[in-house]
Design a protein around this ligand. Structure first.
Ligand code: FEO
Length: 171
C-alpha cells in the first residue's frame, strides 16, 4: 500500500509527465507551422512517449492501492524564437524532470518503499537517455549556429531518425 505522501508525490509526477507531453505537443505545432517537418515529427513522438511515462505512474498508483488523479494542467509555451531556443528549453525541461524523479527516489528510500523505488529505476535510466539526446541535439545546433542550410539538414536528419524509431516501435 502506498503511503499518503508517496501517493501525493507520484500524482505530482503524473502532472509533470502530462505537462511534458503537452510541452512537446506545442513544440510539434510550432515546428510544423514553421515548416520543420523532421523536428515536428520528433516532437510528436516525444509527446506520445511522455504520455506513456505519465500512464505508467498513473497505473502504478492504483495497482498499489492508491488514488491516481487526472491533474489540472497549466498552459504551455506555444512560440519560440528559433530552433535552438526550443531545444534549449527541451534540455532545461528534461533536467528539471530528472531532478523531480531524484526527489521521488529520495522519498522512497526514506520511507523504505522498495517497490516504488524499483519502479522508479526505469525513470532514472530513461531520464539519463532523454538528457543525453537533448544535449546531443543542442550541441549540433550550436555548431550549426545561424547557417540556414545547416538547420535544414538538421531537420532532415531528425525526420529519418524518428521514422526509424517509429518503425522499430511498430515492429
Ligand atoms: Fe518523462 Fe521526458 O520526462
Amino acid at each position: 500500500m502506498l503511503s499518503k505522501s508517496l501517493n501525493k508525490a507520484l500524482n505530482q509526477q503524473v502532472q509533470l509527465e502530462f505537462e511534458s507531453s503537452n510541452v512537446y505537443l506545442a513544440m510539434a505545432s510550432w515546428a510544423e507551422q514553421e515548416g520543420y517537418e523532421g523536428i515536428a515529427s520528433f516532437m510528436y513522438l516525444q509527446s506520445d512517449e511522455e504520455r506513456m511515462h505519465m500512464l505508467k505512474i498513473f497505473k502504478y498508483i492504483n495497482e498499489r492501492g492508491g488514488n491516481a488523479e487526472v491533474p489540472a494542467l497549466s498552459k504551455v509555451p506555444h512560440t519560440y524564437k528559433s530552433v535552438i531556443d526550443m531545444f534549449t528549453s527541451v534540455l532545461k525541461h528534461e533536467v528539471h524532470v530528472s531532478s523531480e524523479i531524484n526527489k521521488l527516489v529520495d522519498i522512497c528510500l526514506k520511507e523504505k518503499d522498495y517497490a516504488t523505488h524499483n519502479m522508479l529505476q526505469w525513470y532514472v535510466a530513461e531520464q539519463m537517455e532523454e538528457e543525453r539526446v537533448a544535449r546531443t541535439l543542442l550541441d549540433k545546433l550550436k555548431l550549426i549556429g545561424t547557417d540556414k542550410s545547416g538547420v535544414y539538414m538538421f531537420d532532415r536528419d531528425l525526420l529519418s531518425i524518428r521514422s526509424e524509431a517509429g518503425n522499430e516501435k511498430e515492429a
